[in-house]
Design a protein around this ligand. Sequence first.
Ligand code: BDR
Ligand code: CA
Length: 305
Amino acid sequence: PRPIVHDCDPGTDDAVALLLALHSPDLDLRAVTTTHGNVSLASTTRNALDLLQFAGRADVPVYAGAAGPLVRAAVYAPEIHGQGGLGGSDLPRSPVPVGALHAALALLALADGVGPDLSVCATGPVTNLALAERLRPGFLRGLREVIVMGGSVDVGAPKLGNVTPYAEFNAFADPHALRVVLESGARPVLFGLNLTRQVRVTRERTATLAAAGTPAARLSADMLNGYLDLIERRDQRVGALHDPCTVAYAVRPDLFRLEDAHLQVVADDTEGSGMTVRADGAANVRLAVEADEDGVWALLGGRLG
Ligand code: BDR
Ligand code: CA
């Protein structure tokens, strides 16, 4: 199985991504590193520990990382994920303590221990990845694959973003960190809103998932229904299965089509802050541009069911 670390800010869809990783025998989840993002670092870390315990995988270590972005003040999204971060789902508390290392140091130690076969899948603001890269330049390039949910490119619709008209949340929450990752030479596989909006979350999909009947399938369906409840209050009828696309890619790359691109991220404090834009230059990302929507849902149902 492929060794991987999940860097995340659970977050309803982060939680589903984590459950998918835990139920994929072709992945060897070595650690979970947590970041500020959808809710505070304290809450994302709590949620990661509790999810692992729920899944019977409290043996996977959790390392807490950045409590805020590199430069800016932290921004959260409780209106999308609920106050606790899991869309209203409440899990029993794990008795397991968080790991002693900061997430950035844990990432470096894991890379040393596992070697060049290690991949990192990041589904929150990429502050921890950027910190590790700054501590050890070349760290990201030395990984087998860096898979990131963030940004939004060429969707062809007037509204590109989900947090501002221009910016996707993870990119907006720490654009300076995303810039470090884009400039690292690692050529991350990037899942922006242009891709994740192709994998829609609907009541029919969550009902099918719940019908799979296992605790993991039912919890995932509950969290995604909680997310749909919250976005419907904001007049959005269709949700997107953002973060699970990254883990689905790690397991089944054939479900996605990638294109080489050169992307830059606007990091200054203008109204375009956090916007990702195509520019001339050598490819610095492999941009996911097309998804097999039924295939991703079938993978999720099959693995969690
Ligand atoms: C991203 O932001 C968060 O709200 C989700 O968990 C996802 O990682 C989508 O923009
Ligand atoms: Ca996330």
